[in-house]
Design a protein around this ligand. Structure first.
Ligand code: ATP
Ligand code: MG
Length: 234
């Protein structure tokens, strides 16, 4: 579905990604893990056109998308929920979600999609009529994810959705990701919470200093001596 080939991305003269390649197949959950500053966000931004890579290319559903503007890339079906995705605080949960279906082609489907969002995130259903400003951090994160789903993406990219959340909320959120995936949604998940990210992933990639240093099935990560020591504290 998504094929990223040999990306090099710079901020000015500083290189943030080095020859990064990655693949996401339809209906997979792919976890992209790594420490602070590893380049995870930079990779997501390079995929969705917010930063233009210096070299390499990105294909989505068999067509090149690198070089397109972010709105064209969204139109093709890639969505990105950035870190701490911000809701419209003075609108209700439901209104926020409906905003996600604003492109007129999707507007008529909004009721059916709302119901799916509530199925993925029961917390949101319970808070449907509350103003978004009254939500907890975890609920806001769910709202941002639900809103992006309303726009009918084919590939959902989530940037550290569990960041700063209480353990119970993290568990709930990862459960929602699995439910979304069971409904056929393809997910590229960026996480520092490696343990959780590996639990739900079909495959994973480890970024370090802007380079992919390990990729494959979760078991491969769990059995890797370096990963165990440096990232899992075993
Ligand atoms: N706007 C920017 N301008 C200059 N350098 C940047 C910019 N954004 C990120 N960088 C640098 O690029 C590198 C990768 O950063 P990036 O934000 O992609 O990492 P990350 O893996 O998402 O980290 P985190 O887990 O902290 O979100 C870092 O060295 C960072 O300092
Ligand atoms: Mg980041």
């Amino acid at each position: 579905m998504l094929v990223v080939n040999n990306l090099d991305t710079f901020y000015g003269k500083t290189q943030a990604l080095w020859n990064v390649s990655l693949r996401v197949d339809e209906k997979e959950i792919i976890s992209l893990v790594g420490a602070n500053e590893a380049g995870k966000t930079t990779l997501l931004k390079s995929i969705c056109g917010l930063i233009r890579p210096a070299s390499g290319n990105v294909e989505f559903l068999g067509k090149r998308v690198d070089g397109l503007t972010p709105d064209c890339i969204v139109e093709r079906g890639i969505s990105l929920v950035p870190e701490g995705g911000k809701p419209f605080t003075e609108m209700t949960v439901r209104e926020n979600l409906e905003m996600g279906a604003y492109p007129y082609k999707i507007w008529k489907e909004r009721q059916a999609r709302l119901e799916q969002v509530y199925h993925f995130f029961p917390y949101l259903k319970a808070r449907e009529r509350q103003l978004a400003k009254t939500l907890s951090g975890g609920e806001r994160q769910m709202l941002a994810m639900g809103r992006s789903y309303m726009a009918r993406p084919k590939l959902c990219m989530f940037d550290e959705p569990s960041y700063g959340l209480a353990p119970l909320m993290v568990k709930e959120l990862f459960g929602s990701l699995v439910t979304m995936n069971e409904q056929g949604i393809t997910i590229l998940l960026v996480e520092q919470n490696i343990r959780h990210a590996l639990e739900i992933a079909d495959r994973a990639y480890l970024l370090e200093n802007g380079r992919v240093i390990l990729e494959g099935a979760p078991e491969r990560f769990l059995q890797n001596g370096y990963v165990k020591k440096a990232y899992l504290g075993i």
